[in-house]
Every structure is written in C-alpha cells, then in structure tokens.
Design a protein around this ligand. Structure first.
Ligand code: BES
Ligand code: MN
Ligand code: ZN
Length: 488
C-alpha cells in the first residue's frame, strides 16, 4: 500500500472514502465545516444516536459537495479512555471495513488527534497507531484459498502537516509481521524443517548470512536433546542459523522454537485441536521476521537467530519416555514426556548460541506450554529470565506495542520440580507450575548469560478475529522485539 502525508483540507482531498475518527458522545465541532458542506448528515446520524462513537463503531455515509465519495465515521470510544491501542483498534476496524466494501483510496483525517486528553502519552504521533492497526488488520492467508475478488486498499493518505511519522518503520514492521504469519499459517506438510531452512536462506544478503546444520553436523555438536525430538520423524532436523551484522560488538541471540509440527511424539496429544500444532514454530518464524526487518531498516545491531527446526512425531524410532539424552553443554536430561519437546530443542539451541557466539544476551521465544495459555489466556505472553534489566527493557517495548508481557517468577525452589534420579534433570516437572518449571529448565542452559524467555503459547494464535489481528497466526513478538531493538 502506498501511504502518503498530504496537507490538504478534509473537503479538498479526493479519495473513495474519507475517514473521520470520533470520540464517544462528543461534540462534532471539529467536523462542523465538513458537516455543513456535505449537508449536515454527520450531525444527523449522531443526533439520531445511530452513531455514538463507541469503540470501533462504523457508519458509512455517501456524500456530495466534497471531493471524496464517502465519509466513514469510526468510533474511538470515550475521550478520557483513549490509549494508543484503542487508536490501533479503530484503525484496524476502519481499514478492514473499507477493504471489505472494495474501496481503493482512503484519506484519514487527523484533526481529532489534536484533542487528546492531557494525560495521553505516546512516543509516536497518534495517527501512527491508527495506520499501524489499519495495515495489520488487512492480513489474509491466501496460499491455498484465493478470494475471487481482489479487494485491496491501494493508497492511504494521512491528512495534515505532520511529516514526522516513521512510515518506513511502520511498513517494514507490518510486512515482517505478515511474513511471519505466512510461514506460521502454512501447514506442516508444506512447512517442514527443510522448507523453513529454505525460507531462511532466502533472507541471505549483504548483511545476512545463513547457515544450516544438517543432522550429521548436529550429531557432531553433541546436541542430543534436540536430536531426540527429531527421531520419530522422516523429516531430517535442520539447525538454522541466521546472522545479521548491522553494528559492533557481541550479538544478541534470538532463539525461536521451531517445531514444524508437534504431535506430542510417543506421549501423543489428543486428536482434538492437534491440527493447530503447525503453529509450534511461531517463535522461529518470528525470529526470521525480526531479522528480515532489522536488515531492511539497517538497525545498527548484531543479531544471531537460531532455529532448531524439527517435527515431533511418534515414528518407530521416536524417543520414548524414560530415555536419557545428553545436551551440547554436557548436561543430561531424562525425558519424562516426549510432548515437552520444545525445551529439549531449545536447551541445545541456547547452549549452541552461547558456545559459539558469546552473545551479550539471549532471548528465546517459544510456544512452550499449554499452562501459559491457561494462566494468561490470549492476552499476554509470559516473561521470565535471569536479568531484570533485560526484562525491564522488554516491558517498555511491550507498553509501546501492546504485545503484553507478564512476568513469572523463577524461584530456586523450582529446581526440585525438575530433579531426576537418573540424570541432571528431567524434561517435565508435572502439571503444577508447568509454565515456570519450563522456564526454569531453560535457565539451566543460559548459565550466566543474560537471558529472557517469552512463552507465546497463548498469544501466537487467535481463534477469533481481533480488531487489528485477524484470526490465525498472530506473529506476536515481532513488533515487541523490533521495538526493543530500536531502543537498545
Ligand atoms: N507446543 C506445546 C505447547 C502448546 C500447547 C502450545 C498448546 C500452544 C498451544 C508444547 O510442546 C507442549 O506440548 N507442552 C506440554 C508440556 C508438558 C507435557 C510438560 C504442555 O504444556 O502441556
Ligand atoms: Mn509438545
Ligand atoms: Zn511443542
């Protein structure tokens, strides 16, 4: 989509639709000029209470006497309740509504944003969030089911004098989100570890180097925990390593869980809902997307992305409960439950990152536990780690992006939960505390390196449409970590 900023009055702009955001039950004085020019219909729908301006409410008017054909009223909710995310939601609703009716060119009025309450705080201009929500809402996965009509908003014009809106950042981060969503939504028959490694290789360029370790090499590295997950599948594992060099110093390691399908293995999952386990590589897809955007934006940072890709299937050579495996760090793990496979792959991937890259910090992002979605639902990822400074920075980025994080404790007492009689630890501590024991398990592999774990099991997938996040893969974490990188 083409996004432009133009200093043209609302009545002068020529578009298929002019978008006017409004607060709930507020006077329309700021739009009184355009209302009188067009014959008083805005006032009429408001006086009749057909449109009150409540959050995400839409009313479309066909109008004459101005250069645009239509006016879309979009509700921002109560003026006193306004937040950046409510603006994003209204943008999402407005854009998706207009796309659905086949509108091609839209113009967005920014007059209302001069009337935000005094306590409203945001680091970007308010219209930034409106457009961000708008763009994010338009995503559709069409690889296997093309829609007959090719409805598409081609141009969005932001009205006003403010040129200080980082449009390149906005468009690059939204395309990165869409890139990740495409990877995640692709079913596992077409998104095997090999295909994922090809996608990663397609990012190779001036600042990005991609290396893929094959099964033999992974064996040589002694990554027995990761390998054990792949044993039940005919698809060979691929350890995908993506290096981005945009700055100086030690890299930040981003480790993404990349189970392209999680059946549970011998500890087989129930059939119901199992089809969704194609999204168990959301973390890895997000890492690729983050690095892609970082390079397009030429962020002055170094990143190494590590994706231990594999399927988790119960084939004849699958690993079995009771098996003991050895990780790259030398630590041994007793496999209690083959469905706790994510931490096995991540343990070796974190170990590998630290051994070969001496990263200044490690962030892992993983659809790790069902308990995460039981605890926090679809609203927040769980964050835990061994370094408060790093967690605080992520919390700040989280406030900016509304990709919310909620901190969980890693008490020393949890060590007991994953104690094994036969190995250094076991991969499951049972049901109690399983969100945090999974984190505690990973912590053992981070050692002294500053490390943060993001469990996205509850947020990586939407069963229902949200105002600016359509159902399916959400690519959660992409905007969060890009913002974190921008500030670091
Ligand atoms: N990939 C799953 C976690 C998951 C569940 C993600 C639901 C998204 C939605 C993970 O590999 C898993 O199976 N975890 C188990 C661990 C348990 C066996 C200790 C879980 O949380 O049930
Ligand atoms: Mn599992
Ligand atoms: Zn899994």
């Amino acid at each position: 989509m083409n996004i432009l900023i133009k200093n043209i009055p609302e009545e002068g702009i020529k578009a298929d639709a002019l978008v006017l955001p409004l607060f709930e039950n507020n006077s329309i004085d700021i739009y009184s000029d355009i209302d009188s020019i067009t014959g008083g219909f805005i006032r009429r729908v408001i006086n009749s209470k057909e449109f009150t301006g409540k959050q995400n409410q839409t009313t479309l008017l066909h109008v004459r006497n101005i250069n645009s054909d239509r006016i879309l009223l979009i509700g921002l909710g109560k003026q006193s309740d306004i937040t950046t995310d409510r603006i994003r939601q209204a943008g999402g609703k407005a854009f998706s509504f207009l796309k659905d009716i086949g509108v091609k060119d839209i113009a967005v009025s920014t007059s209302i944003f001069g009337y935000l309450p005094k306590n409203f705080k945001a680091s970007q201009k308010p219209v930034f969030y409106f457009i961000e929500g708008g763009l994010l809402s338009l995503y559709k996965f069409e690889k296997y089911k093309k829609s007959e009509d090719s409805k598409e908003i081609k141009t969005a014009i932001i009205l006003g004098t403010d040129k200080d809106i980082p449009l390149k950042w906005l468009q690059t981060s939204v395309s990165a989100v869409n890139f990740a969503k495409d990877i995640i939504n692709t079913p596992s028959n077409d998104m095997t570890p090999a295909v994922l490694s090809d996608v990663a290789k397609s990012l190779s360029g001036k600042r990005i180097k991609v290396k893929v370790l094959e099964k033999k090499e992974i064996e040589k590295e002694g990554m027995g925990a990761y390998l054990s997950v792949s044993k039940g599948s005919a698809e060979p594992p691929k350890l995908i390593i993506v290096e981005y060099k945009g700055g100086k110093g030690e890299p930040l390691a981003l480790v993404g869980k990349s189970i392209t399908f999680d059946s549970g293995g011998i500890s087989l999952k129930p059939a119901e809902g199992m089809e969704k386990m194609k999204y168990d590589m959301s973390g890895g897809a997000s890492v690729l997307a983050i690095i892609k955007a970082a390079s397009e934006l030429e962020l002055p940072v170094n990143i190494v992305g590590i994706l231990p890709a594999t399927e988790n299937l119960p084939g004849g050579s699958a690993s079995k409960p009771g098996d003991i495996v050895k990780t790259i760090t030398g630590k041994t793990i007793e496999i209690i439950n083959t469905d706790a496979e994510g931490r096995l792959a991540l343990a070796d991937a974190i170990g590998y990152a630290i051994k070969y890259y001496k990263p200044k910090a490690v962030i892992d992002i993983a659809t790790l536990t069902g308990a995460c979605s039981i605890a926090l639902g679809n609203e927040a990822m769980a964050i835990m780690g061994n370094n408060n400074e790093l967690m605080e920075k992520l919390k700040m980025a989280s406030e900016e992006t509304y990709e919310r994080v909620w901190q969980m404790p890693l008490y020393d007492e949890y060590k007991d939960y994953i104690k094994s009689d036969a190995a250094d630890m076991k991969n499951s501590g049972g049901r109690n505390g399983s969100l945090v024991t999974a984190g505690y398990f990973l912590r053992e592999f981070a050692g002294d390196t500053p490390w943060v774990h993001l469990d996205i099991a509850g947020t990586a997938w939407n069963d229902k449409d949200k105002p600016y996040i359509p159902k399916g893969a959400t690519a959660v974490g992409v905007r969060l970590i890009l913002n974190f990188l921008k500030e670091s």
